[in-house]
Design a protein around this ligand. Structure first.
Ligand SMILES: Nc1ncnc2c1ncn2[C@@H]1O[C@H](COP(=O)(O)OP(=O)(O)OP(=O)(O)O)[C@@H](O)[C@H]1O
Ligand SMILES: [Mg+2]
Length: 847
């Protein structure tokens, strides 16, 4: 597209966009609509005639005028339903408002709506409180939508109308119906209110909604009526004032977009040559400063604050905080009025792709800071942080330091730490170190993360100025996306953009990426295409195990409306094939099937599911065992998840739990280790297998050691310790023996009855006296010289001979020797030892 022709293009585009139906229908409805309107105008509306309301036409004018006067707010464009009723009750063509209907040739939404028969509202006077479970049981399955044909309605025909769907419609699923409304420019809300144009009623609607409908006198139609409405409504919502107002607003919006597009295009000039259909494959050289070769997300990243869609207040707050940072620094960060003046660091958090990184960079640059950006996913551990970041904190500006550019000299510095939740607390204190920086930094620090509420992010509480980014609504994204599409020559209407916003969860980055991919092969996107395209991207989202198990056990997957086939059900498992089976096994008992055959019980269903799960374990063994039969994964998916889900899926009756197996498994490992240790200790007195110790000796030991203490208290300690020494049982072993017990005679419970004084006396006494320790020879003999000093006996070594046979793990050899008061380390020796090491090191390095 040549430069400067954007306005022409826009006009042409607009014409093309509306041409098929706009020429005739924009001002006047189609012939069919006219005919329909005439026919319906003669028919009296079925149930709305109420003599009381017949004289209210004057009010209509006022109310309509009131509504129409404010055309800025989308929400205000409503068709007052009471007006419709009153008009229809008078059986006169509503010519009284003059402006409303231009003669007989144009039909307004009111007329058409009035001509559609009312749905029968059920009597709710004796209604009991609504019981959702009973409702779910009685209500039949949701319709699949397969056998209903949505009529081809005129472009944007529901403009200015607000719909509420309630109850279950005979053949049309609710989400499909809502899609239709949105596709044709209407709006959907969940609860009826004064602003509702029309309620579409199915069976089993909630009594509360029905009484509201009655109270407000909102027009209610049924599924047939809705489809009729679609057939009859003329393009752009007919000639009613509401529709006209919307048209005016649209035109304004389009003009604005055209202007913005022009500006945007001049900013990214080289784009013009190779816009959307630049499918040429020949381009191999990538120059990332050339906008035409950048990703859309980079090319159209906001360049000024006003480009950032949504979250305006938050961005402004961040800017204010940054602006007064220096001042606050000098004042010693005084606590202030919610403006974050007491914080040295700010934390932006929120869902992905809503512009956190962009906003942080933009704000910092606008405030004249030199930005250093770290991605916390790289700078993870504490030591790395200290070496990287703390160095930076001491500098004023790196660009100022290195750059020859004079204007960069002495610029203040701002550090942005992205993806802070990418470092885990396990990364050797990364989060803690970061929080410590946030407390002491002498340059502004902006932290960014997605999940602020994770437990590992707790160190940041009260340390950072929390700023939450929310998903912007369609209204604030729409015009930006439309502008970008315009520049790229992609034709897309606002309803489709709204749909994209909805299905991506307002992820602007995803929308841009999605559109850029689409624009390579197409030059226009219709509503349905947008929906399909967004849906196909939906699948790429990797689900978390909690979501997966909720899908498996929550019945919806097996309902007729789900549209899932076997493959989809198996694919769910592959979102996380390690955890999904564990989650299903942990939680399948919570689910109560809503599709079990007549006469069978929940227990039987659970039993069948359990069978499948245990069989899946055999398959799992073949996959993860020695055979490594990875090709069996699909079978495992079916047996561990799909089949159990088939039997039990329905209502989930409790909270979904994390697999206890994982915890229990590590506990089992620990107990095994403990048993091995006890076995090694007592083996000089009794050579028993570890299992035997658990089954036979542990209960006996507990009785022998614990009972005297329980009976005699502190007096028994001597005897108990004698028994322990006899078997080389250490105090630690004693505690472990207590912990190993299970059952009704649980030793842990018994031990709790021992008074604390006795327990402390026990510990003190035990530590004060010396005890024989079985000496174990291990493989880790450090050196030949060391070996010679250790007596080569596998036997008992009295405490006083070798007071600490096992040095603490963290200590180095020298340190532990130094600490030990029983071992005298010759002063010269460590040096002599250290020398060869020091020598050896450079050798290694050379290699
Ligand atoms: N509010 C916005 N206004 C305009 N463009 C936006 C906005 N949010 C995101 N974008 C576009 O999406 C791209 C990615 O945004 P950004 O990297 O700031 O997201 P983010 O919130 O940091 O996401 P993440 O949590 O994944 O890091 C930007 O380069 C920009 O093109
Ligand atoms: Mg980011």
């Amino acid at each position: 597209m040549p430069d400067g022709n954007i306005v022409d293009f826009f006009n042409r585009d607009k014409r093309a966009h509306k041409a098929p139906d706009a020429d005739g229908k924009l001002a006047q409805p189609s012939k069919k609509a006219k005919r329909d309107t005439k026919e319906k105008a003669v028919k009296p509306p079925s149930k709305t005639s109420s003599p009381k309301k017949s004289a209210a036409s004057k009010k209509v004018v006022e109310f309509a005028d009131l509504v129409l006067s404010d055309d800025d707010d989308d929400d205000d464009i409503v068709i007052p339903e009471r007006v419709v009723k009153r008009e229809s009750a008078t059986k006169k063509p509503p010519s009284n408002t003059g402006a409303k209907v231009q003669g007989s040739k144009a039909a307004s939404a009111e007329e058409i709506l009035a001509s559609i028969p009312d749905a029968e509202l059920p009597d709710t006077s004796d209604a009991k409180p609504f019981n959702y479970n009973a409702f779910k049981k009685n209500a039949g399955p949701e319709p699949t939508g397969g056998d209903v044909e949505i009529p081809d309605a005129a472009e944007n025909c529901l403009a200015g109308m607000t719909f509420v769907f309630t109850g279950i419609m005979p053949t049309l699923p609710r989400d499909q119906a809502q899609d239709v409304v949105k596709r044709y420019g209407g709006k959907c809300t969940t609860a009826p209110s004064k602003r509702t144009t029309c309620v579409v009623l199915g069976h089993d609607a909630g009594p509360k909604k029905i009484s509201t409908i009655k109270q407000l006198g909102i027009k209610a139609i049924d599924q047939e009526g809705f489809l009729d409405l679609l057939r009859q409504m003329p393009a752009n919502g007919g000639s009613s004032e509401q529709a006209k107002a919307q048209q005016v607003r649209r035109a304004k919006e389009e003009a604005k977009i055209a202007k913005a597009a022009q500006q945007l295009q001049s900013e990214t000039k080289p784009v013009v040559e190779s816009s959307s259909q630049g499918g040429e494959i020949g381009h191999s050289k990538i120059d990332d400063t050339d906008p035409s070769q950048q990703l859309w997300t980079t090319r159209y990243a906001p360049k000024q604050m006003s480009d950032v869609c949504g979250n305006g207040t938050i961005v402004k707050r961040l800017a204010n905080w940054l602006e007064s940072w220096r001042k606050n620094y000098k004042l010693g960060f005084p606590p202030g009025d919610n403006s974050g003046s007491e914080f040295r660091a700010a934390m932006l958090y929120g869902p992905p792709g809503v512009g956190k990184t962009t906003a942080a960079n933009l704000v910092a640059r606008m405030q004249g800071f030199d930005v250093i950006e770290y991605n916390a996913s790289d700078t993870r551990s504490k030591s790395l942080l200290q070496s990287h970041v703390s160095q930076t904190l001491k500098n004023t500006s790196l660009a100022g330091y290195f750059g020859s550019n004079a204007k960069d000299q002495g610029k203040p510095l701002c550090i942005i730490m992205d993806e802070v939740d990418g470092m885990s607390s396990g990364d050797r204190g990364g989060v803690g170190a970061m929080a410590a920086f946030a407390k002491s930094t002498s340059v502004p620090l902006i932290l960014i993360c997605n999940e602020r509420r994770l437990p590992k992010m707790r160190p940041f509480d009260k340390v950072v100025y929390d700023l939450q980014f929310r998903r912007p609504d369609a209204g604030s994204i729409r015009s930006r996306i439309l502008t970008i599409a315009q520049v790229e020559g992609l034709k897309i209407d606002s309803n489709t953009v709204d749909r994209l916003v909805e299905s991506t969860g307002s992820d602007i980055r995803q929308i841009l990426t999605l559109l850029s991919t689409y624009a390579r092969t197409n030059n226009s996107m219709s509503f349905t295409e947008g929906k399909e395209f967004a849906k196909s991207w939906d699948k790429e989202v990797i689900l978390k195990p909690f979501d997966i198990v909720a899908k498996y056990l929550g019945g919806g997957m097996w309902g007729p409306a789900s549209g899932m086939n076997m493959n989809d059900r198996m694919n769910l498992y592959f979102n996380d094939y390690d955890f999904s089976p564990l989650f299903v096994a942990e939680n399948y008992l919570l689910a109560r099937s809503n599709r079990k055959p007549r006469g069978s019980t929940d227990l039987e269903m659970a039993c069948k599911a359990a069978d499948a799960i245990s069989e899946s374990d055999l398959v799992d063994k073949m996959i993860h065992g020695t055979q490594q039969q990875w090709s069996l994964m699909p079978e495992h998916a079916v047996m561990s998840c799909v089949i159990p889900s088939y039997y039990v899926a329905g209502n989930i009756t409790g909270r979904i739990n994390f697999p206890a197996y994982l915890g229990q498994n590590s506990k089992r490992g620990k107990y095994k280790r403990v048993l091995a240790e006890i076995q090694a200790h007592i083996r000089l007195h009794a050579w028993v297998a570890a299992q035997e110790i658990r089954l036979e000796l542990q209960p006996a030991f507990v009785d022998k050691l614990l009972d005297p203490i329980l009976v005699k208290g502190a007096d028994a300690l001597e005897t108990v310790m004698a028994v322990m020494d006899d078997y080389f049982i250490t105090k630690e072993d004693f505690d472990n023996l207590i912990e190993l017990g299970v059952g009704p005679n649980n030793p842990e419970m018994r031990y709790k009855k021992v008074p604390t004084a006795v327990k402390t006396a026990f510990t003190r006494k035990y530590n004060a006296s010396s005890h024989p320790v079985p000496f174990m020879r291990t493989e880790e003999v450090k050196s030949a010289a060391k070996k010679a000093t250790v007596p080569d006996v596998e036997g008992i070594v009295a405490d006083d001979m070798e007071p600490e046979p096992e040095p603490e793990k963290e200590d180095t050899l020298e340190e532990s020797l130094g600490k030990n008061k029983y071992i005298k380390v010759p002063k010269g020796k460590p040096k002599a030892k250290a020398k060869p090491k020091a020598k050896a090191a450079p050798k290694k390095a050379k290699k």
